[in-house]
Each structure stands twice: as structure tokens, then as C-alpha cells.
Design a protein around this ligand. Structure first.
Ligand SMILES: Nc1ncnc2c1ncn2[C@@H]1O[C@H](COP(=O)(O)OP(=O)(O)OP(=O)(O)O)[C@@H](O)[C@H]1O
Ligand SMILES: [Mg+2]
Length: 281
């Protein structure tokens, strides 16, 4: 679906994105993760044909991104980092307008508004919308023409847990119908849940690219930590894979002396800090 080969780009004379290469297959949810200023949105702008002054090659659906024609946008939907809605128009008017730009059959406006809980605010001007309402509207705007490829730049940023869940479920529903999805996020939990593979981007370079599971396994096996009573509270730990043969743990369990027990898997966040030496914030 997408192949980048030796992609290079900079806003200035100083090198930024240099010789980046990666491939994304049809039906994948592919995550771009990285700290603020790493180049995630810049990369999305290149892949969606908005930045054309790059070197190397990026082909999306067989089309070199900088040479795309207008048909290119029939197949892709973009949920931009910042709201791209007309504030003076209502939500319904915005969706009708943007849908009219496509030649392919579009999804029903009312149904899409209802899916993100905006059915009762359909005729309100966007200027009267809250931040989370705008995020949801901006998101469905990208889906209206049922595109094959979706670019979502921090779609759950600023959403409450219920709406964040709703949006993640919609992203998974799109994947289930075979869509290819590029997802930029700072949220490691979302990335681990949604993405088949993730690329860690720091200062314009991919520092690691793999499935969340493989990246986590690099950090080493999961452990369990337990608290037990031995005249006073004490802690112990062993590898999760060794619980059936760890004699100290087995003895404590036989004697019912375990007070609490937790598994402690590394998280994607731990991996990010390990790989890049930086936090995501
Ligand atoms: N239009 C522009 N002109 C010049 N420099 C820019 C432009 N847009 C972005 N940059 C610079 O490019 C770098 C990468 O920006 P980008 O928006 O791609 O980061 P990001 O990874 O999306 O960050 P965030 O997580 O904060 O959204 C930053 O140093 C930024 O200042
Ligand atoms: Mg960004």
C-alpha cells in the first residue's frame, strides 16, 4: 500500500528526514510514535501529497506522492492534527460540503454524526462546538467518502475516556473492512492496542520499527512481583514463565502467605525510553 525508499526532506538547509525507508501493507494499522517535533506530522504531510519537495520515493496506492493527480484524494481520508472545519457552518453543512468534493459515493451524514454522538448537535455551528466535539467531527469528516487509506493525526488527543473508546472502536471497525490506517499518537496504550506495527520517530529518523509485542519482548520477559508475610511484609519476584517451578513462591502459596501478586510487563513507553533515551512528552 505504501513504500518509502530513501525519503529525505527538510524545511531548512539542516538535514531533517534523511534516507527513511519503510513499507506498509494493505489492511495494516501502522503507528507513528515520537516526541513533539519528531517529524510525525511532517511525514503525514509528505505521504498525503501536501509536501512535495522531498527526495527519494514515496508511493501510496502505486502513485508517487509528489506527482499525484486529484484522483489521489478519492482514496485517502485525512484527520488533520488541527481542526480543518468551517467554523461558521454547522456540522451537517461541513460534512455535506466536504463530501461534495468527492466523486465516489459518500456515507450518510446523519448516520456518521450519530456514530460519534453528535446527532443532537448536527445543526449547531462549529464555532459553538467544544474541543472534543470538533475532534469527533474532524474524524468523521475524514471517513465520509469511505476511503481505502486513512491518516489519523492524534485522533484521540483531548478526548474523554468514553469518546476515546468510541473512536478507537471506529478505527478498529475501519480496519476490519480492510482499510489501511496510519495513526500518529502520543498515547502508548492506544498504539499498543490498535497498531499492528509502530515506527518510533525521533529527530526525523525511524529508531525502531516492529509490532508492539516484538518491541516489548526485546525488553525481556515479564515478571511477577509478590508481597508476603514473614514476621513482616516482604517482597519477592520471579519470571512469569517460571511460576510453576519457583520453589520460594510455591512454598508461600502452599502456606497461604501471599498478600498480593502482580505481573509487571514492560510497556511500549518503557521501550520508547530505552530505544531513544527520551520520554514521549
Ligand atoms: N511549515 C513548517 N516550516 C518550518 N518548520 C516546520 C514546519 N512545520 C514543522 N516544522 C518543524 O519540523 C519539526 C517537526 O514538526 P512536526 O509537526 O512534523 O512534529 P510532530 O512530530 O508532528 O510533533 P507533535 O507531536 O508536536 O505534533 C519541528 O521542529 C517543527 O518546528
Ligand atoms: Mg504533529
Amino acid at each position: 500500500m505504501l513504500t518509502a525508499e530513501n525519503l529525505s526532506f527538510s524545511y531548512s538547509k539542516k538535514p531533517f528526514i534523511e534516507n527513511m525507508s519503510f513499507h506498509v501493507g494493505k489492511g495494516e494499522i501502522f503507528g507513528f510514535l515520537g516526541p513533539s517535533g519528531a517529524g510525525k506530522t511532517t511525514l503525514q504531510k509528505i505521504l498525503t501529497g501536501l509536501i512535495t519537495s522531498y527526495r527519494g520515493s514515496v508511493r501510496l496506492c502505486g502513485v508517487e506522492c509528489k506527482k499525484h493527480g486529484s484522483h489521489f484524494y478519492e482514496n485517502i481520508g485525512v484527520d488533520f492534527e488541527f481542526s480543518t472545519l468551517y467554523e461558521k457552518l454547522t456540522a451537517r453543512q461541513n460534512l455535506i460540503f466536504f463530501s461534495s468534493l468527492y466523486t465516489r459515493k459518500v456515507r450518510p451524514v446523519d448516520n456518521m454524526l450519530a456514530r460519534v454522538g453528535l446527532q443532537n448537535d448536527a445543526d449547531k455551528r462549529v464555532s459553538e462546538y467544544s474541543k472534543g466535539m470538533k475532534s469527533r467531527l474532524n474524524f468523521i469528516k475524514a471517513l465520509m467518502h469511505d476511503p481505502e487509506v486513512l491518516f489519523l493525526d492524534e485522533p484521540t488527543s483531548g478526548l474523554d475516556p468514553t469518546n476515546s473508546r468510541l473512536m478507537k472502536d471506529m478505527i478498529l471497525q475501519e480496519k476490519a473492512t480492510g482499510k489501511t490506517i496510519f495513526l500518529t499518537t502520543h498515547n502508548m496504550m492506544d498504539a499498543a492496542e490498535l497498531c499492528g506495527r509502530v515506527a518510533f520517530i525521533v529527530n526525523g529518523s525511524i529508531k525502531a520499527l516492529d509490532s508492539p509485542h516484538n518491541l516489548i519482548m526485546r525488553k525481556g520477559a515479564a515478571k511477577i512481583k509478590y508481597l508476603y508475610y514473614d514476621g513482616q511484609e516482604r517482597t519477592g519476584e520471579c519470571l512469569l514463565s517460571n511460576t510453576s517451578s519457583d520453589s520460594a513462591l510455591l512454598q508461600l502459596m502452599r502456606e497461604n502467605r501471599i498478600l498480593s501478586i502482580h505481573s509487571s510487563e514492560p510497556t511500549l513507553n518503557d521501550i520508547f525510553i530505552d530505544i531513544t533515551g527520551r520520554t514521549l512528552q
